[in-house]
Design a binder for this molecule. Structure first.
Ligand SMILES: Nc1ncnc2c1ncn2[C@@H]1O[C@H](COP(=O)(O)OP(=O)(O)OP(=O)(O)O)[C@@H](O)[C@H]1O
Ligand SMILES: [Mg+2]
Length: 347
């Protein structure tokens, strides 16, 4: 086996692998280990050779036992375990090596980094859990009011109207939630296909202000729009850019008390255009700031729910902006107001 491994070709193959590989001889000592394996166990080049599994990873009894089982019993095993400095998750396969006559010669241990796969699975399952919860809440409420109506409350026309109004609001919330989920999934599936074109930002912003006109006047807000005289077009998908602006302005309106001020500013910084939406609203507590772009995150669940929020708006903003190669940011102070910013590339 040693002569085979001495061949430069074999070394080249091991070096090119993304998996960590360690080969032990029959005495349980390393005869070869590639770069990746050395990195996993944080050792210098060539220093694993001659060591046993126990000295390489003294705290991982499972791996030591697996190597023993392969060398003593010719048994193949695998496991998932955390290794390395950053709590990476590895799928580890221990396979005995036999010669042509079936005689045991040693064992090979392969380390495959599956951290991303595990993280992805966790995000997905959390997302499914959140979605179910968000759908169940309005449904439970609708069902409750319908049952009360059927149980006799229908006879009183005032009660009947009140309950139907609640049912109407909850149904709207369900529709909005489903619409937001569809937007998210369509951005996700289109991610590679976004076809940006030059878009006149001033026009897009004005049309969003017009669209939200009724909400703005209902709360008696002053909305100002400030932009440089010769602003270049941005490179963006027009509908998605519109969605970003709507979500930001909608929040500024929703979370600012009556009579407040909302300022939309555009600034050019080299090849980027930065759009900020500043309000004089309720602000966001410091410990929530880093979380507002998460799906379903709301600072005050009860209050925003009564305003019909699903907590998806900012996650959609972040997703769209990042899929255009831009970034999002937020500054806020409780009681004073918030500034949300996004940047897009100019044409
Ligand atoms: N301008 C703002 N001022 C204060 N708080 C804000 C502002 N914008 C967002 N937030 C907080 O961040 C949370 C997340 O915002 P996001 O837009 O994602 O969800 P939402 O507004 O609750 O619901 P929707 O999905 O309908 O937009 C909000 O619930 C609110 O607590
Ligand atoms: Mg929102």
């Amino acid at each position: 086996m040693v002569t085979l491994l001495d061949q430069p070709k074999m070394q080249a193959i091991l070096t090119s692998l993304v998996e960590g590989v360690i080969i032990f001889d029959l005495d349980g000592r390393v005869i070869v280990a590639n770069h990746v394996a050395e990195r996993i166990f944080r050792t210098a080049r060539g220093t694993l050779v001659g060591k046993t599994m126990e000295t390489i990873s003294p705290n991982n009894g499972e791996l030591v036992a697996m190597v023993d089982e392969a060398l003593l019993g010719g048994k193949e095993t695998f496991t998932e375990t955390m290794l390395g400095t950053h709590n990476q998750v590895y799928r580890v396969l221990v396979r005995p090596i036999k010669d042509e006559q079936g005689q045991l010669e040693g064992t090979v241990v392969v380390f495959h980094d599956i951290t991303d796969i595990r993280n992805f699975a966790q995000v997905r399952s959390e997302f499914a859990g959140n979605v179910s919860h968000e759908l169940r809440t309005p449904l439970t409420s609708i069902k409750g009011f319908v049952e009360t109506l059927l149980d006799g409350a229908m006879g009183n026309s005032d009660t009947c109207r009140r309950f139907l109004t609640i049912i109407d609001t909850e149904t709207d919330r369900l529709s909005r939630l489903i619409e937001d989920l569809l937007t998210l999934s369509s951005i996700e599936s289109k991610e590679k296909l976004i076809q940006p074109k030059p878009v006149g930002l001033a026009r897009s912003i004005r049309s969003v202000i017009n669209m939200l006109g009724p909400q703005i006047s209902e709360k008696d807000l002053m909305v100002k729009f400030i932009y440089p005289p010769a602003m270049p077009d941005v490179h963006a998908d027009e509908d998605l850019l519109g969605q970003v602006l709507i979500n930001l302005l909608d929040n500024a309106i929703k979370y600012t008390p009556i009579g407040g001020v909302v300022i939309i500013r555009c600034k050019q910084r080299e090849s980027r255009i930065i759009i900020t939406v500043t309000d004089t609203g309720v602000g966001i507590p410091e410990d929530s700031i880093s979380r507002v772009f998460e799906r379903f995150y709301r600072v005050d669940k009860a209050r925003t729910r009564s305003q019909g929020g699903t907590g998806l708006g900012l996650s959609i903003v972040k997703h769209i902006v990042e899929s255009h190669g831009g970034q999002v940011f937020v500054k806020s102070e409780v009681g004073k107001g918030s500034t949300f910013g996004v940047c897009f590339l100019t044409v």
